[in-house]
Design a protein around this ligand. Structure first.
Ligand code: DX5
Ligand code: ZN
Length: 231
């Protein structure tokens, strides 16, 4: 079985109790903290920046933090997120004037780099930079908001991205973001994803007996992933 990783998106967490919410999903078995950065410019919403990333590290979060930049431009803010403790920094190619330079900047600052593809953005942006990315993130919704429905065309795009990665021989994670739930995660994994962002699908589904526990929902996702190959 591939090394499947579950990445709760804190966009759907209770921000007034963010440290505790992150502790709780990690205690339930999540692997990565997905951190959505929006600027009310590249996307029509505004969220959190490096100070919050740093606060999570100071709070004691040791898991990888997966910073998804939905901002333009990107270069000014990359070093700040690296200093704040980001593990991955991914950005949308349309948001950078110089994609190759921005990817190099992420690695120069000690982080793992990635490109993010909106539903209508072609994978051809990868043609000359595949050696410079550690993560390919495919959006299965249009970026800006949690709680949207999964766009089915993302499945074919996942298969295409998986073929590219396998043919390249590079060690690149394939992440999917948007509308990922218990009932579609197996199909998404079968299409080639190995890293699963889920916001409302996790933070909206705390254990019935204890709203601070996410063990049930994470276990159900893992059970679904365990049956991939037999679907
Ligand atoms: C949307 C964000 C997502 C969002 C996903 O722009 O990039 O990470 O939080 O939320 P769900 O899982 O609710 O679709
Ligand atoms: Zn995201």
């Amino acid at each position: 079985m591939p090394d499947y990783q579950i990445a709760p998106s804190i966009l759907s967490a209770d921000f007034a109790r963010l440290g505790e919410e992150v502790d709780n999903v990690l205690a339930a078995g999540a692997d990565i903290v997905h951190f959505d950065v929006m600027d009310n410019h590249y996307v029509p919403n505004l969220t959190i920046g490096p100070l919050v990333c740093e606060a999570l590290r100071k709070h004691g979060v040791e898991a990888p933090i997966d910073v998804h930049l939905m901002v333009s431009p990107v270069d000014r803010i990359i070093p700040d997120f690296a200093a704040a403790g980001a593990t991955y920094i991914t950005f949308h190619p349309e948001a950078s004037e110089h994609i190759d330079r921005s990817l190099a900047l992420v690695r120069e600052h000690g982080c793992r780099s990635g490109l993010v593809f909106n539903p209508a953005t072609p994978l051809s942006y990868l043609d000359y930079v595949l050696d410079k990315v550690d993560m390919i993130l495919l959006m299965s919704v249009n970026p800006g908001f949690g709680g949207q429905s999964f766009i089915p065309a993302a499945l074919d795009k996942l298969r295409a991205a998986r073929a590219l990665i396998d043919a390249s021989g590079f060690d690149i994670r394939l992440e999917i973001d948007g509308g990922v739930k218990v009932d579609n995660i197996a199909e998404i994994a079968a299409a080639g994803a190995d890293t699963f962002v889920s916001g409302s699908g996790i933070f909206g589904k705390a254990d019935a007996a204890d709203p601070n526990r996410y063990d049930g929902i994470i276990a159900r996702m893992r059970d679904e992933l365990a049956r991939v190959g037999s679907v």
